[in-house]
Design a protein around this ligand. Structure first.
Ligand code: HEC
Length: 441
């Protein structure tokens, strides 16, 4: 309630965050983290085996990673900051108080990563060069910086779902070393190398000249794919086991699949396609086309998107589990707001008190403060569109529903504010049925 509310009534600010975040995660995991590990190892092997084709392949693949991670990757990274700071300012405020030095360190790691990446690319030494070992060492430092950056940011992300003992102790280390931090870190590492292997496979098939070298390198990338898949499964199970019971119950709903069986079937089918493609690539005479590699990349990107969506959605009704609701209201402030009202405490609200004349304007403000972080007005997703989901409901039913939001659907925060504010909100939502113009402020 300290900040103005940035409302995207059609798209939803949460959807904006999700779009930017998914692009960023695909690039940061597949390109920066997984790509750097893959490349350094490939360069090292090429050096040991004296394999010029392999060395050349790694160098050219690095040029793609250099361009993509320092442009789209970096831009979407900053984009996430803009999107969350405007869409979820209260939660970013809280996280910044707890994780200030962690973020500070992460930025240093990120700058180191980019600087090392540039040095790594522009000082690439061919196989046989006297300074090759030194060059590989730069690559190792680059991969380490990229991984450390993920190591830190995963602590923050995981703490939002499982803040653990921090809820009691309020200690930084309890927040950082939280129950899902390590499992999600290893899971992400495996996903990152898997995605990088998918890109590497595609790159081998399209960009390597010479039938023999192409087969060899495709088979090499296929092996990476298989190994990564083998690590994704146990780390994923470990991660899931650490997720709170209530959140785990939302898993299938959060994935967007209609039921449990479809969820399991689709995900298993995707994994099977990846494993079969990897096996096809590994064969002595690989039987694999660029289309297959592209499909592997699409499926892996879908998995990453799905993982992020699930992680974000199963956290509902909270943004920081047990501490702050998704609409930025802290659990500990609820009692006070119920007594004193929300409008007079919301710094940017134009209405401070509900009276007979301003019911609709007051209701609009209450909606903005409490519902707009998840709901839209005539928005793209009809299940989130407040107009569509309450169409045909009598005003009393709306009011009765809002009074029990969290008991009907436990992924919604309870309504908070005075009775008059709740009635104003119900009146405003009801008014949308008759006069869609009122949707606009
Ligand atoms: C944390 C996010 C979140 C917040 C905040 C939130 N909702 Fe919801 N709400 C949801 C989700 C998710 C659904 C269900 C969508 C679906 O069925 O997939 C929903 C569904 C609803 C429904 C339809 C329920 C049904 O059973 O069909 C109503 C009405 C509703 N919300 C009203 C509100 C009002 C009013 C507020 C503000 C006081 C609010 N919600 C705040 C997430 C939220």
């Amino acid at each position: 309630m300290e900040y103005p509310v940035f409302e995207l009534s059609y798209l939803g600010s949460n959807t904006l965050i999700a779009i930017i975040a998914i692009i960023h995660v695909v690039i940061s995991h597949g390109g920066a983290v997984g790509g750097s590990i893959f490349l350094v190892w490939t360069e090292y092997l090429a050096y040991k085996r004296g394999d010029r084709d392999m060395d050349d392949y790694a160098r050219r693949f690095l040029s793609v990673i250099l361009i993509v991670t320092t442009t789209v990757g970096a831009l979407t990274g900053v984009g996430i900051w803009f999107a969350v700071a405007t869409g979820q300012p209260a939660s970013i405020g809280s996280l910044l108080r707890v994780f200030f030095w962690a973020w500070f360190t992460e930025w240093i790691a990120f700058i180191a990563e980019v600087v090392l990446l540039i040095i790594y690319y522009y000082t690439w030494r061919p196989v046989g060069h006297a300074k090759k070992r030194r060059h590989i060492f730069i690559g190792v430092s680059y991969a380490a910086a990229a991984w450390v950056s993920m190591f830190i940011i995963t602590g923050v992300l995981a703490a939002m779902l499982t803040p653990g003992n921090w809820l009691v102790t309020r200690s930084f280390w309890d927040a950082f070393v939280n129950p899902t931090w390590l499992p999600s870190l290893f899971f992400r590492t495996a996903v990152a190398t898997g995605l990088a292997a998918g890109f590497a496979l595609l790159f081998a098939l399209f960009a390597v000249k010479g039938e023999d070298a192409r087969r060899r390198l495709a088979s090499y990338a296929g092996r990476w794919l298989l190994w990564s898949a083998a690590f994704i499964v146990p780390t994923g199970i470990w991660y899931l086991a650490r997720v709170p019971e209530q959140a785990r119950a939302l898993l299938v709903w959060a994935s967007g699949f209609i039921n449990y069986n479809t969820f399991v079937l689709m995900n298993t089918a995707g994994a099977l396609v990846i494993v079969l493609t990897a096996l096809a690539a590994i064969r002595k005479k690989p039987r694999i086309s660029g289309v297959m590699a592209l499909i592997v990349i699409l499926i892996s990107s879908f998995y990453i998107g799905e993982m992020e969506m699930i992680r974000e959605k199963i956290r509902k009704p909270y943004v920081v589990y047990g501490y702050m609701y998704a609409n930025g209201i802290r659990v500990e402030d609820m009692a006070r707001i119920n007594k004193d009202g929300i409008l007079n405490q919301a710094k940017w609200s134009t209405v401070k008190q509900v009276n007979g004349d301003n019911m609709l304007a007051a209701g609009r403000e209450v909606y903005t403060l409490q519902c707009s972080s998840c709901h839209t007005l005539n928005g793209w997703n009809s299940r989130r569109d407040i107009v569509a989901i309450t169409r045909g409901w009598p005003e009393r039913a709306i009011d009765g529903y809002i009074a029990n939001l969290n008991t009907f659907r436990y992924f919604m925060p309870p309504f908070c504010g005075t009775e008059a504010e709740r009635e104003a909100l119900s009146a405003w939502i009801y008014s949308l049925q008759k006069n869609e113009r009122l949707v606009q402020k």
